[in-house]
Design a protein around this ligand. Structure first.
Ligand code: GLC
Length: 718
């Protein structure tokens, strides 16, 4: 169907039918759906009638080729003009093969593998009938109290942008010609990760300068990569809820950025304009959201119940409705649904491709590369000859898939005990450790298992419901029962290797000093237990680097690497004792910084060399350093390039990540790593919001994390 045919179809539609295209319902509302479709987000009772269901334009949360084909078939029999449904679902880090949560993937700094994981997810989702995924989530996250940091790739705009592109490439590929890819939907627009106090859905208030400098780039990167849809955020932004924010969506997203794809609200966010206090009723909520440019209302009934009156009363122009409907019809056309409403849905391919060996292999490799070795006094790697005791609530837990793994299943998951047994058959496992463990009997069985062991592998963390949406925490330490367990075990004076399964940077008081080694495994997904065992026994050397800082404590939040220096930096040569920017009771810096991660080997960096001391506009500058594996085992190092603008028209971060590269090095091997930048890499938002670079002095750093001090200087001349 071409543009003209779409226009003709639009002209045949009644206003009711147009309004139907603007609503998205969960599967339980759809005839042809089996009972108990997967429901995401908060569910509200709704007064939706039969006619509305027949006219609805899209469905969320469906899965399975048979189910989706049946829903589509029944729908097409009822829909007067035979307009096919769009099927959208949250395939955020995998469909049935669950990959590590995105924050973990961010710690892999492996863009190719991230893209590969998104492609695998798209293949499994599309043969199961899904057309669109509500991913990537690219909300910059600097506050680990927020439960959804697990869904982002962390605190840096550049790293987030690179991963946003990789995920969009993986999900979408050439989806208009490849039925085994899906359209993607970048979310949550905008700045959802900056919720005050890290409390989900809470107020976001920041200068446009800060918004453009740090919080918007990753959304723009996703759209520049061709992302088809945008989802609005729950939060207000500078006083106006994102979902009713004309400046944010009509002016910036559509006019300035030129986005003409489909905009969908988050679950219930149109109707939430009422509790936000910017709409008196559903009718006003519908008007404000449509005027702001929201095409699809997810799971609430403002549009469907009020669009007709808004138009007939002359409050809303029907052309506004038409433009929204046309964007939705165009997406259906791009997905080929008018020619083939069943698109990629195929039960036979489902059985062949879902949880395939190569998808599992990708999940295992990515889980290993996403884990971050935070501490190691030599306790790792383990030897097969060692008698290991595996203790703690995650020792045998299947709860390692993380939030948004609604289609992943326990029986498919490799737990840590299974992984470790593939190396050490005689590992002792303490019985019955549950998340709320700490009962004396469980501690006794833990002590017994530990008593006869050479080394204790302690599997701790957050149950997945302590993370994810509406999973904010003010105390980001491990649960008390787990901290008690460590205190009991440390009296045995045996090496303790702590493995963490969690969705956020934690306050590691009670863990960092008590453990000989700490491996941050995050929620590593379907192959998580095997990947962690591969790391513990050294088959794979840890290579992950933190995409988000670990704070000393919650009291230090927000703490992030690319902060501003202040006028009284604590580390200045002439700094006073007291009157500097500091805490009386904590260091300023995080416990572990952005970009940090250990391996089983060590690396040395040669001095930074530059192709020139001067960078001219229109030219490039090459920045190099030789990296050598100075240890006795092979490893992969993530070499990072940071830039510091010594003086700007506004304050400039103490460092900014500009490039990175994973490099594999055998023992003793040395490689020269070179990065090329140009003037555009030095641009930033000025106080008048112009995006420009300034001539002046710069420093560049090459190293293993954001604390790198291996540097050189150059001038930008214009
Ligand atoms: C949720 C989430 C959003 C998700 C949507 C549909 O509330 O905020 O990320 O895509 O509902 O499940």
């Amino acid at each position: 169907m071409n543009e003209q045919q779409l226009q003709t179809l639009l002209e045949q539609m009644t206003l009711d039918e147009k309004a139907g295209q603007l609503i998205q319902l969960a599967t339980p509302f759809l005839k042809g759906s089996s009972d108990g479709g997967q429901i995401t987000g908060p569910m509200e009772g709704m007064g939706i009638n039969e006619k509305v269901v027949e006219n609805t334009g899209s469905v969320l949360g469906a899965s399975g080729a048979k189910e989706i084909k049946n829903i589509q078939k029944v729908h097409l029999e009822q829909n007067r003009l035979g307009i096919p449904l769009l099927f959208m679902s949250d395939i955020v880090h995998g469909y049935k093969t669950i990959f590590p949560v995105p924050l973990a993937v961010g710690c892999s700094w492996d863009l190719d593998l991230a893209e590969k994981s998104a492609e695998a997810a798209a293949v499994e989702a599309s043969v199961s009938g899904i057309h669109v995924t509500f991913a990537p989530m690219v909300d910059l996250s600097r506050d680990p109290r927020w439960g959804r940091v697990m869904e982002s790739t962390g605190e840096d705009a550049y790293l987030n942008s690179e991963f946003a592109r990789a995920f969009v490439r993986g999900f979408q590929g050439d989806f208009e010609n490849d039925n085994q890819r899906v359209a993607s939907c970048v979310k949550h627009f905008a700045a959802y990760g900056a919720a005050e106090g890290g409390r989900d859905y809470n107020t976001v208030d920041m200068s446009e300068w800060q918004l453009r400098e740090n919080y918007l780039p990753a959304y723009k990167a996703a759209l520049d990569e061709g992302c088809e849809m945008v989802m609005t955020a729950f939060n207000i932004l500078n006083g106006v809820p994102s979902t009713g924010n004309k400046d944010l969506m009509r002016e910036l997203l559509r006019k300035e950025w030129g986005f003409n794809g489909v905009l969908i609200s988050d679950w219930g966010a149109v109707k939430e304009l009422i509790p936000h206090g910017v709409a008196e009723d559903e009718k006003e909520a519908a008007r404000k959201a449509l005027e702001a440019g929201v095409d699809i209302e997810m799971m609430t009934e403002c549009y469907i119940n009020h669009v007709q009156n808004l138009v007939s009363e002359g409050i809303l122009s029907e052309s506004l409705v038409d433009e929204a409907v046309l964007r939705i019809l165009k997406l259906k056309q791009k997905l080929g649904l008018f020619d083939n409403p069943y698109r990629g849905a195929d039960e036979k391919l489902e059985s062949e491709l879902i949880l395939s060996d190569n998808h599992r292999a990708t999940a295992r490799e990515l889980a290993a590369k996403s884990a971050v070795l935070l501490k190691n006094d030599g306790a790792l790697p383990l030897k097969k000859s060692q008698k290991a005791a595996l203790i703690g609530p995650f020792a045998e837990s299947h709860d390692i898939l993380g939030p948004w793994s609604w289609l992943g299943s326990k029986e498919d998951t490799i737990t840590l005990d299974r992984g470790i047994r593939s190396y050490a058959k005689d590992v002792q496992i303490a019985e019955g450790s549950g998340i709320d463990s700490g009962s004396s009997s469980q501690i006794q069985s833990a002590l017994k298992a530990a008593h006869e062991a050479d080394v204790i592998v302690l599997a701790l963390g957050e149950s997945s419901d302590m993370s994810g949406e509406a999973g904010s925490r003010t105390d980001i330490r491990l649960p008390e029962s787990q901290l008690d367990l460590i205190q009991e075990l440390k009296h045995l004076n045996k090496p303790i290797v702590t493995v963490l399964f969690n969705g956020r940077p934690l306050d590691l008081h009670g863990v960092i000093d008590e453990s000989n080694a700490i491996l941050e495994a995050w929620y590593p997904g379907t192959e998580g237990g095997q990947a962690v065992a591969d790391l513990l026994y050294g088959t794979t050397a840890p290579s992950g680097k933190l995409a988000m800082s670990f704070p000393q404590s919650a009291g230090q939040i927000p703490v992030y690497y690319n902060h501003y220096n202040t006028g009284r930096p604590k580390n200045a040569p002439d700094a006073q004792e007291r009157y500097v920017s500091q805490y009386l009771d904590s260091p300023n810096g995080p416990l572990f910084p952005f970009g940090y991660g250990l391996s089983y080997t060590t690396y040395s960096y040669s001095d930074v060399s530059l192709s020139s001391q001067v960078l001219k506009e229109g030219e490039t500058l090459t920045i190099s350093s030789k990296v050598k594996n100075t240890g006795d085992v092979a490893g992969e190092e993530v070499v990072q390039l940071y830039v510091k603008d010594l003086s700007g028209e506004v304050v400039r971060p103490v460092k900014e990540l500009k490039r990175f590269e994973r490099v594999y090095l055998k023992p003793g091997q040395e490689k020269e790593i070179s990065f090329t930048i140009d003037e555009s890499d030095l641009r930033y938002y000025h106080s008048n919001l112009e995006y420009l670079s300034d001539a002046g002095d710069f420093k560049v750093f090459i190293g293993c994390d954001s604390k790198a001090n291996n540097s050189a200087s150059f001038k930008l001349v214009k």
